[in-house]
Design a protein around this ligand. Structure first.
Ligand code: FES
Length: 106
């Protein structure tokens, strides 16, 4: 069992256990587990509503598709990813993320 720490959009921290690859991606995991209303484009890297920020821990994976184009719209916010472009993988173990939702910055 692996653990990921996620601060939800209300500022509440959750320590969540997960099994790798049991959801389509991290966006679906967050939406299902925390009932966050994110993922308007359903994982196409178009909407940015699933934007998250790495607060602690190490995580890297290649940014694919249009993810970087969306993230480039928020150059002042470091360590961001689109959760829909992050697989629910072992590499997320013991990382801490904050749900940002790009709509709050527009
Ligand atoms: S769900 Fe739209 S960008 Fe991730």
């Amino acid at each position: 069992m692996y653990t990921i720490h996620i601060e939800d959009s209300n500022g509440v921290m959750h320590n969540l256990n997960f099994e790798p690859n049991t959801t389509q991606n991290l966006m679906v995991f967050i939406a299902d587990t925390l009932a966050e209303e994110i993922g308007d484009c359903r994982g196409r890297a178009w909407c940015g509503t699933c934007m998250i920020q790495l607060m602690d821990g190490d995580y890297t994976s290649e940014k694919i598709g249009d993810e970087q184009l969306i993230l480039n719209q928020f150059p002042d916010i470091p360590n961001t990813r689109l959760a829909c472009q992050v697989f629910l993988s072992v590499g997320l173990h013991n990382t801490t993320w904050k749900v940002l939702d790009s709509r709050q910055f527009i």
